[in-house]
Design a protein around this ligand. Structure first.
Ligand code: ACO
Length: 329
């Protein structure tokens, strides 16, 4: 990375998950599934589900306040807000603008849509903005309420997801710390593997699209699985190479929390020992853009990420997209 730029990194982390917990046993009452199938195929035991009155911006505001508190940063200092989400409050305006208003910030604001990779994309953008001197304090939030777009009659998908939000405050940091390397990518040839067919300019909403349930998330799980295992290792390796580090030098590996089997395979491919891999998918399911910042916040709270730790975050998701960041805490 350009040495003339100032270093930028995470000054504080926070998260919020809704109160209501939906267990695998609860799902057994809703679709033809079993605790045994869900745990053995995904590692997920329970997930949090937003109250019908809660919106994505509500989750964002709670996570943002926690991150600002942790970073000992006042809302007046925030100059830019980026919200990564695939479940915005409205198609427009951007959820980030609603968050800006609710927080009382005087800041630029935009949403970023890169599926479950959204947070890693947004974090890289924020660090680059701060490194270049364009902004001093950027609030990055990954938030999703996937329970609103999941087909609760489809056992292949509804058992996988949960709701939540995670946030970080990005600021200038000491040289040698912060973002050391990254890798972002996309492959639109896989766009059909994970999508919502209707409701956009391609297939606007009609009575027929609703009757045909085209407004729900639809996924080819096996293909996404194959893609995820391959890309997570490759992308993390590229980011580490850019940072001039090896997988052996990683203190904490924070993968997108989609499925324990995907995480195990990616860690194996990267040759990172399991003791350094952070996993909380059992308690939250796949929270999409929120999964990495929630995991980061919990890892930090548990002392697994400390001053000087080298952390690698790796995401993948709809698009298809992927993103990795190497951070020195
Ligand atoms: N309960 C019981 N049985 C089920 C369930 C369920 N919830 N879901 C599927 N099955 C059945 C299938 O119907 C199939 O039965 P059949 O053989 O009689 O047809 C059988 O279980 C095996 O199904 P597979 O799809 O082969 O199961 P697999 O082991 O591949 O696991 C899974 C499926 C968990 C979806 C896996 O493929 C996966 O995790 N894929 C990646 C998904 C992912 O990470 N998505 C997030 C992307 S990020 C984003 O942007 C949101």
């Amino acid at each position: 990375m350009n040495q003339q730029l100032r270093a930028a990194g995470i000054a504080g982390v926070g998260y919020y998950v809704p109160e209501r917990i939906l267990t695998n046993r609860d799902l057994e009452q809703m679709v033809d599934t079993s605790e045994e199938w869900i745990v053995s195929r995904t590692g997920i035991r329970e997930r949090h589900i937003a109250d019908p009155k809660q919106t994505t911006s509500d989750l964002c505001v709670n996570a943002a306040r926690a991150a600002l508190r942790h970073a000992r940063t006042s809302v007046e200092e925030v100059q830019l807000i980026i919200v990564a989400t695939v479940t915005p409050d409205f198609p427009f305006p951007a959820t980030s603008c609603l968050v800006q208003e609710r927080l009382g910030a005087r800041a630029a604001a935009f949403d970023l849509e890169a599926g479950c990779s959204g947070f890693t994309y947004a974090l890289v953008m924020a660090c680059q903005c701060v490194s270049a001197g364009a902004f001093d304090t950027v609030l990055v939030i990954g938030a999703d309420i996937l329970s609103r777009i999941v087909n609760w009659k489809d056992r292949r998908t509804c058992v996988l997801f949960g709701d939540g939000a995670g946030a970080v405050v990005v600021k200038p940091v000491a040289q040698g710390k912060g973002l050391l390397g990254f890798d972002l990518g996309s492959d639109g040839s896989g766009a059909d593997l994970l999508k919502i067919q209707a409701g956009g300019s391609h297939t606007p909403a009609t009575f027929e699209t609703i009757e045909e349930e085209q407004h729900f998330l639809c996924m080819n799980g096996n293909e996404v699985f194959r893609f995820a295992v391959k890309i997570m290792g490759e992308s993390a390796e590229r980011a580490l190479r850019q940072a001039g580090l090896t997988p052996q030098e990683v203190d904490c590996f924070i993968p997108h929390q989609a499925n324990t089997r995907i995480i195990e395979a990616a860690a194996k491919r990267l040759n990172v020992p399991w003791t350094k891999v952070f996993v909380n998918v059992d308690r939250y399911g796949n929270t999409s853009a929120a999964s990495i910042p929630i995991a980061l916040a919990e890892a930090q709270q548990q002392g697994l990420v400390q001053d000087g730790s080298t952390v690698v975050c790796v995401g993948f998701g709809a698009g298809l997209t992927w993103g990795s960041c190497v951070l020195r805490w």
